[in-house]
Design a protein. Structure first.
Length: 270
């Protein structure tokens, strides 16, 4: 009888561990796919000339969960969807909702009438938590005499910038002939792969029997790349703070970093 009671006790502990490991009140049960943001034509105001910073942008967000926060070209978030005091350049607005879901708009350009200078900026991958990215700028039009800068640094004659970390970078080209500048944003990606880096973590720690699978205790399955993408922001948050996975072995810092890097890259299907 004593052995029988011990066996029942052990089975009870195991059952409790399983129930604790994955439950229907899973904190990452947020679908970010409904959130959207755009910059309508009526929300664009072009600057009047090269020396002016009187341009502006007003974004429009829908879906998700209010209240919204807005960021311009990867800058600080604010509650106001309007951005003012802008010069000529290319701009993207990112919206974050109350569930910490984030999505970015298609880039729009504010332009000065009669100015013909334009440029493209391409980048190579930086690596996750690395700084191996390279940004290359190709400018056309204008006087043909250009200088370049990344962020708020000084203008230089070189159009190639090495040792770039991941994230949104502000790239500016100055036409030295008429002293007109144009700014765009370029994203340096980490190159983190869903298939090689993220899927193995999900299948080992999340989409396991009784949890994030069909019929599991969790409110949704994480068995397709689409389902993981829809919950990417929440997965990043709850794995970073250690609240997930529940009950099972904690993720290593390297695994948490991979998830964060992949989500920061836009959660691509790669």
């Amino acid at each position: 009888m004593k052995k029988y009671l011990i066996r029942l006790s052990v089975l009870g502990v195991i059952a409790a561990m399983i129930l604790n490991a994955c439950s229907s009140d899973d904190p990452e049960s947020v679908d970010c796919s409904t959130l959207a943001v755009s910059i309508p034509d009526t929300g664009k105001k072009n600057p009047t000339d090269c020396a002016s910073t009187d341009g502006g942008i007003t974004a429009s967000a829908t879906g998700g969960k209010e209240q919204y926060q807005y960021s311009l070209n990867g800058g600080s978030f604010q509650s106001n969807p309007e951005f003012v005091n802008l010069s000529a350049g290319e701009y993207t607005v990112t919206v974050r909702d109350a569930n910490n879901c984030e999505v970015s708009s298609t880039a729009v350009t504010l332009a000065v009438a009669g100015v013909t200078v334009n440029f493209t900026a391409t980048s190579t991958i930086s690596g996750c938590k690395g700084g191996q990215g390279t940004i290359t700028i190709t400018a056309t039009g204008g006087s043909g005499n250009f200088s370049y800068r990344i962020g708020s640094g000084s203008f230089v004659t070189t159009n190639v910038f090495d040792a770039q970390t991941a994230g949104e970078k502000s790239v500016t080209v100055k036409d030295n002939g008429d002293n007109c500048t144009i700014t765009k944003s370029v994203r340096v990606l980490t190159g983190t792969s869903y298939n090689d880096d993220i899927k193995p973590i999900i299948e080992t720690s999340c989409a396991v029997s009784g949890c994030h699978v069909s019929g599991g205790a969790a409110p949704f399955a994480l068995t397709t790349v689409k389902s993981v993408q829809d919950h990417a922001s929440s997965i990043k948050t709850v794995t970073a703070n250690g609240s997930m996975p529940k009950g099972g072995p904690p993720l290593s810092q390297a695994e948490k970093d991979k998830i964060a890097c992949w989500v920061d890259d836009g959660a691509p299907n790669n």
